[in-house]
Design a protein around this ligand. Sequence first.
Ligand code: CUA
Length: 167
Amino acid sequence: MHLHKYEKIWLTLGLGSLALFLLIIGFAAFWKGTHPQSHIETIDPQNVEAYEAFKPENLGVREVADGKYIVNMVASAFNYDFGTDIDEKAVKTIRIPKDSTVLYQITSKDVVHGFQVAGTNVNMMVEPGHISRYETVMKNTGTFTVVCNEYCGVGHHQMYGTVEVYE
Ligand code: CUA
């Protein structure tokens, strides 16, 4: 079989980029620990309260063991529900001590939202009907802004929160 010179170049480029992309995926998955945040767990978006983690009293941050935390949240247009404090005021800041392991659990009541803790590796897509989970160790102290990075409507820019990692 005779291959034209240009055809060989294109084939090399095509196969080369395929190999390169697979290498990048492999590096991200096995070396950097990047993986899909969900375990294909479904939930009724009309009734997220039926799920233990998303009951209003269970929202927000909770210490479950020494150095282990769970953060439960419900996203909706255009708000992140982190629960309320003792004065019944909506919580907007999650406070976590440095080097603790945090499991973030979030679902959506309506449309697709994002949940990104800017400056960390926490970045999830939040889909109605699914539970997004991501566990990580908060290694750096600081105040990190939570942003919705999926355009969800006119109030998209109003979806925010803060994660404070303290010493
Ligand atoms: Cu929620 Cu954009």
